[in-house]
Design a protein around this ligand. Structure first.
Ligand code: NAD
Length: 487
């Protein structure tokens, strides 16, 4: 079993990237980064604090006042596209880094690296395509709108999909000509630092992207409260999202919040089960269930419930768990803390029962955070197992009677990120697509392959604002109205 954690790095992970320079954190302190597959220390990252964030914001502002701010949109796009091509050249390096750092199976990490390349290509192509309008108005006036960058954008991202979130968040911001300060998560941030090295190599002007790793309550809080930041994009937990929004309110700056979820898949008796089954399970166990859009609830029409439960159980029993580099179905959880949280849910089942579990390979390293995926039935929709984001490889199966009951249960949480609908009835598909409260609805699929073109975001406690696709560009820019009187 390959558990190798030797890193061949093309950048120095112990440095911040500020104003085009690789610098130690101001206090010269570092933080250890753990390999979740082994428990070993993978690298040391800078412990950035308020002074480093301040230097990064100053550098970003200087970029806006300099070459980056003056650059034609087409040239900006060309640079982003070049970054995308350089990411493609390094897909295997990046995939390996992400797998070792996050603990996700190598092929999932490879998909993330390819997605990052696609984001940069997509936003490279979009840079000169968002246009203003002319507005018919009173005689003697010419009125038009301009789309301008906010200025300095702050990006606080989580550990579960660093490359994907950088692509959709930083990619969109740079596309519109903002200068970005990125604070990656302390649990996993190697690809964020690597991305800075790649962007630098591709010719991104100094200061357009700055990366300051560090703790959330230090570097993250400093970034969200910095008066020089003009827009904040936060991806992470609901609790921290609230803090970031409060900090942004004090500076009256807009915030995009991409938070958690408790996303359902609704399976009707007429569903094509052969197609649905792999999606139903994969949506719960991908990245060991540590996915904002994980489908942690499977709602099943009662007449199908027992038969589907058995078919799901068969699949669960076949799931293999092991180190990221062994590239099995499921990797370890990201940390001992995350393992403890997920185990806590499974230790407090109440009337619910575990129907089937996957299998942790016998030879896994003792220090890894492995947990056998669990399929749970007999869960009351009001139970915390069916209400709270578990963020682990756990899915609950809940029966429903009819369409109205399905909608009531699907909408019965505080979240609203993603929903999947499995039915052959076209009219029902259309009714449910409207009735379900969530940012995304997938019909007879789940996730649609994660396309970078598709706008993404939540409702309720899943957040607000949209990233990905062209839609993100409205959020990463400000509309200015110009009214000229010329008689
Ligand atoms: P988290 O909120 O603990 O951390 C996210 C980021 O916020 C990290 O960089 C962290 O350092 C920083 N942070 C922590 N405290 C902070 C503070 N006081 N001020 C400013 N920044 C602070 O979340 P997590 O555990 O890393 O990630 C898991 C969560 O992220 C889950 O809830 C998941 O659903 C969510 N998520 C959402 C999406 C989405 O698109 N909706 C995508 C990925 C993850």
């Amino acid at each position: 079993m390959d558990t190798t954690s030797n890193l061949e790095l093309f950048f120095d992970p112990s440095r911040c990237f500020i104003g085009g320079e690789w610098v130690l954190a101001n206090g010269q302190e570092t933080l250890p980064l753990e390999n979740p597959s082994t428990g070993e220390i993978l690298a040391h990252i800078p412990r950035g604090r308020a002074a480093d964030i301040d230097a990064a914001v100053v550098a970003a502002r200087a970029a806006l006042d300099g070459e980056w701010g003056r650059m034609a949109a087409a040239e900006r796009g060309r640079i982003l596209t070049r970054i995308g091509h350089k990411v493609l050249e390094r897909v295997e390096d990046l995939a390996r880094l992400e797998a070792l750092d996050v603990g996700k199976p190598l092929r999932q990490a490879r998909a993330d690296a390819l997605a990052l390349a696609r984001y940069m290509e997509f936003y490279g192509g979009a840079a000169d395509k968002l246009m203003g309008e002319t507005i018919p108005y009173q005689a003697g006036y010419t009125v038009y709108t301009l789309r301008e960058p906010h200025g300095v954008t702050g990006h606080i991202i989580p550990w579960n999909y660093p490359m994907q979130v950088i692509g959709r968040s930083v990619g969109g911001a740079l596309c519109m000509g903002n200068a970005a300060v990125l604070k990656p998560a302390e649990e996993a941030c190697l690809t964020a630092i690597a991305f800075a090295a790649i962007a630098d190599e591709a010719g991104l002007p100094r200061g357009a992207l700055n990366v300051v790793p560090g703790l959330g309550e230090e570097a993250g809080a400093a970034l969200s409260a910095h008066p020089g930041v003009n827009h904040l994009s936060f991806t992470g937990s609901v609790g921290v999202g609230m803090l970031v929004q409060q900090a942004a309110a004090k500076n009256v700056v807009p915030v995009t919040l991409e938070l958690g979820g408790k996303s359902p898949q609704l399976v009707f008796a007429d569903a094509d089960l052969e197609r649905a089954l792999p999606f139903l399970v994969n949506a719960g166990i991908q990245n060991a269930g540590q996915t904002c859009s994980a489908s942690s609830r499977i709602l099943v029409q009662r007449s199908l419930h027992d038969a589907l439960l058995e078919r799901l159980a068969e699949r669960y029993r076949a799931l293999e768990v092991g180190p990221a580099m062994a590239d099995l179905d499921v990797g370890p959880l990201v940390s001992a803390r995350q393992h403890q949280i997920v185990s806590g849910f499974l230790a407090d089942l109440g009337d619910a029962r575990i129907v089937a579990r996957g299998h942790v390979a016998d030879t896994v390293p003792a220090g890894g955070h492995y947990l056998a995926p669990a399929l749970v039935a007999g869960v009351d929709p009001g139970n915390r197992l069916a209400q709270d984001e578990i963020f682990g490889p756990v899915q609950v199966v809940i029966p429903f009677e009819d369409e109205a009951d399905a909608v009531r249960i699907a909408n019965g949480t505080d979240y609203g990120l993603v929903a999947g609908i499995w039915t052959a009835d076209g009219a029902r598909q259309m009714r449910l697509a409207r009735a379900i409260r969530s940012g995304q609805v997938f019909i007879n699929n789940y996730g649609a392959g994660g396309g970078v073109e598709l706008p993404f975001g939540g409702t309720g406690r899943s957040g607000h604002g949209r990233e990905k696709g062209f839609e993100a560009l409205y959020g990463f820019s400000v509309l200015k109205t110009v009214a000229a009187w010329h008689g």
